[in-house]
Write a protein that binds this ligand. Sequence first.
Ligand SMILES: C[S@@+](CC[C@H](N)C(=O)[O-])C[C@H]1O[C@@H](n2cnc3c(N)ncnc32)[C@H](O)[C@@H]1O
Length: 254
Amino acid sequence: MKSIEELRERLNSASCREAEGRVADWLVERERHYGGVCRHVPRRTVSPHDPRAGDVIQNGGMIGGDRMADHGYAADYAEFLMPFIKRPENRIVLAEVGILKGTGLALWADLFPRGRIIGLDIDLSHTRENIPHLRERGGFVNNEPELYEYDQFVDERARVRKILGRDRIHIYIDDGFHEEQTILQSFASIHRFLAKTFVCFIEDNPHIWWRLQELYPQYTVRRRGELTIVTRSPWWLNIKRRMGLARRRVFGSR
Ligand SMILES: C[S@@+](CC[C@H](N)C(=O)[O-])C[C@H]1O[C@@H](n2cnc3c(N)ncnc32)[C@H](O)[C@@H]1O
């Protein structure tokens, strides 16, 4: 099952759990289709604020295309993306920070053919080089991704405001530098631009959930292993929190 139309058709007749399972399988398949895991991708441009030593930056390299199958995030993505997938008529705005070769962008563009797909990275060269390959594989037939330079170490609010105009972000994905400082700075840069209904996925950091919950008590922060998921809390929970009646906890942690 490759096309999103086929997937949506199958979702209509499925129970909630079945539907999530089908979306998860589809996400795994699409990630592989667009290249799957890539390793040893050289760091060509890094932030001037990057604290790592020069030899650490030069050696090793980056890994991508590994979120759905290798990290096993597909089921969580399926669960929290479902409300947006079920309403294809809505033009969602999705922003991914840390896009490497653009595998994720191609997948999101398939999933949200009417969506605005925004890629943000300190180094856009790997994505730009790989876009012809992604197109050969059928990527971006319905919508073009937008690419912008972005540094997670700095306050990028002004840039985000300019990029979005009157749009607001429904889906935000942080797969960039993965450290507390960058995750929090980047979240601070985008959080005023989140839509009324939104979901944020912050990948590959098992500790950041509590800092986010502490700093943004108005949101619900869930920890799923190394993945953190942020959504807007229901109004009644915020009232309970203000009155000190709600237990501060991370929902669905496992
Ligand atoms: C793990 S890779 C992203 C993998 C990609 N999301 C995928 O699914 O294939 C990390 C990315 O974060 C970017 N990055 C590193 N430091 C950054 C920074 N300070 N600001 C923005 N992006 C940064 C790197 O250039 C790289 O593209």
